[in-house]
Write a protein that binds this ligand. Sequence first.
Ligand SMILES: C[S@@+](CC[C@H](N)C(=O)[O-])C[C@H]1O[C@@H](n2cnc3c(N)ncnc32)[C@H](O)[C@@H]1O
Length: 390
Amino acid sequence: MDARQGEQSHEDCSPRPFPQTFASAAGIAAEPPSLQNKDSTFNTVVSRSHPCAIQPTRSARIKREVPFKPGDLVLAELWRKQTLEFRKMFSLTATGKALSNWGMVLHRDIVGKFPGQIFKTSTNFKLLMRRPSLEEYAMLMKRGPNITYPKDVNTLLMVMDINEGDYVLECGSGSGGMTLFLSRAVGSEGRVLSLEVRDDHHCRALKNYQRWCAAWAVAHEEEWPQNVEFIKKDITAVAEDMKAVTFDAVALDMINPQVALPVMHPLLKQGGVCAVYLANMTQIIDLLEGIRRCQLSLLCERVFEVMHRDWIVAPALRKDGSIVQRVEPQHNRSEESPDQRRRLMDDEMPFGTMPYIARPRHGLSSHTGFLVKLRKIKPAHPEPTSDNGC
Ligand SMILES: C[S@@+](CC[C@H](N)C(=O)[O-])C[C@H]1O[C@@H](n2cnc3c(N)ncnc32)[C@H](O)[C@@H]1O
């Protein structure tokens, strides 16, 4: 059965039923998410005058600050001289202790305070306590395999052109890093099917997802969308099960993505993007060789990297706190010709007032992974023969 059965045409504005799960569509067992989406942000009504206009009954959702509560995720940071010296993420309880080399803070002293507050430890160090962002959570959560780095995930989402309501296939789940970002991007109307061959990685990804969802519910007093199905299966073994499913995009972060190509290709909508994340250029060569050997109609549009470089921008101070002065050189005007002197006088600007360009040259810095953008296209007629062993 088609996982998208039940969708309406663009003209039909009646409420859309919650989509059937991929797993049930595919006839395979999915891990049920532990939390259910009980409430939605807006109650919607259909206007009589404009039957297709869906209007929120409230003009805007009321956002309010929520103080720390047991069950919250807390990020403790020690900043000194614009430098992060220590960072730790922990789950807040009613009776626990936040322990570190910098001293201890009782959890009960944190409960009830608002995030963004500085707490003094038992040894008089100042720790900033706040809730972690999704990027910070992904970087600090317990890992099985390495995650897709958040800086790269955001670009992958852009390349795949993921929108709310999209259906995305992911392989493999790994530690669940990319899954969390996909889940946020597709929202409560979308779905993510996340495949993982290893039992330990499948469990790790699910636990990381559930921990984030539980903390989100505490911090935001609403549920994170339950839109991910974690399935413990080799992608090469799901082809038959998923014949009827169509995805808007596919994200592959696995050691040999070329083995997934013949399976994912029929599942990806025509014109859709399969984004691949790989650490080594040799893997990209194998990927492209896989496309060639299987004669898949995938256009490799881009192979690229995402680079971030952090800068220090701060007043220049000496150790004693005094300000470092900019020093003007002395030059001897008497040795200049009258012409030179006039030009200097005319053009003269006081030392330190000339605007300069000051930016890094384009160059390489630390490498996380290569991003490959493959687009499914319709081949021109006549189609190639598939005499290639695939
Ligand atoms: C680098 S990890 C993925 C990390 C993930 N993107 C994250 O952000 O946490 C690669 C995962 O792909 C899984 N994998 C490799 N080949 C697979 C296959 N044929 N089917 C399903 N999963 C596979 C591995 O077991 C591993 O957990």
